[in-house]
Design a protein around this ligand. Structure first.
Ligand code: SF4
Length: 220
């Protein structure tokens, strides 16, 4: 038991203490930006989501052979609310476009997107097909594009590292702003098309299904 009558004195300062050495070995100085960026880039949680063949390569990236866990990105979340990275691996058809856009909207900020493979980048082998979007960048802002059909797991890891570099450059000074893309679906889908109607409800001002938005966003 501690003696309550004893007066504790601070330890005497040794005269041979080198203050500079002490500071160097005991103090860690950094900026809020660096800490935030380090934690964000080292704990990216991808949405558990795949569209076509490229998804197989994404799944392979999580296996022990490639081990995406080395980059802190192995926690694939089943709910978009718990994900901050949307890897779009595969062909984005118009039929799937509203679902892809909705998943993106449901993810909290800050969030990032990777277009994995030729299809997600520009339609891939199906470019110009009536049923395929000319790239997922028509639906959401893409941070990194990974070419290939399909890209190998090494390519996805390279894309992930590029995204980490991009996040490292971020700064609070820029004030994080919600990013979005201009809608383009009205150039590809005819008036009254049910998919077009659904997409219309997924851009600001988020009107209900079947209430076409005719504001500034629909410029040709
Ligand atoms: S880019 Fe090639 S491998 Fe990937 S989804 Fe398209 S067709 Fe399949």
């Amino acid at each position: 038991m501690a003696d309550s009558t004893k007066v504790y004195q601070p330890l005497p300062l040794h005269l041979d203490t080198n203050v500079e050495d002490e500071v160097e070995s005991n103090l860690l100085i950094t900026s809020v930006d660096q800490v935030l960026n380090w934690s964000r880039r080292s704990s990216l949680w991808p949405a558990m989501f795949g569209l076509a063949c490229c998804a197989m390569e994404m799944i392979a990236t999580a296996t022990p052979r490639y081990d995406i866990a080395r980059f802190g990105a192995e926690i694939f979340r089943a709910s978009p609310r718990q994900a901050d990275l949307l890897i779009v691996p595969g062909t984005v058809t118009w039929k799937m476009a509203p679902a892809v856009r909705r998943i993106w909207l449901q993810m909290p900020e800050p969030k990032w997107a990777i277009a994995m493979g030729g299809c997600a980048t520009m339609g891939g082998p199906f470019a110009y097909a009536y049923s395929v979007t000319p790239g997922v960048n028509t639906l959401l802002p893409v941070d990194v594009y990974i070419p290939g059909c399909p890209p190998r797991p090494e390519s996805l890891l390279t894309g992930l590292m590029l995204l980490q570099d991009k996040i490292s450059e971020d700064t609070l000074g820029k004030k994080w702003q919600r990013r979005d893309v201009e809608p383009q679906f009205h150039r590809y889908l005819p008036d009254g098309d049910p998919i077009r109607k659904e997409l219309e409800s997924l851009w600001p001002p988020y009107t209900g299904y079947g209430h076409p938005y005719t504001g500034e966003a629909f410029k040709d």
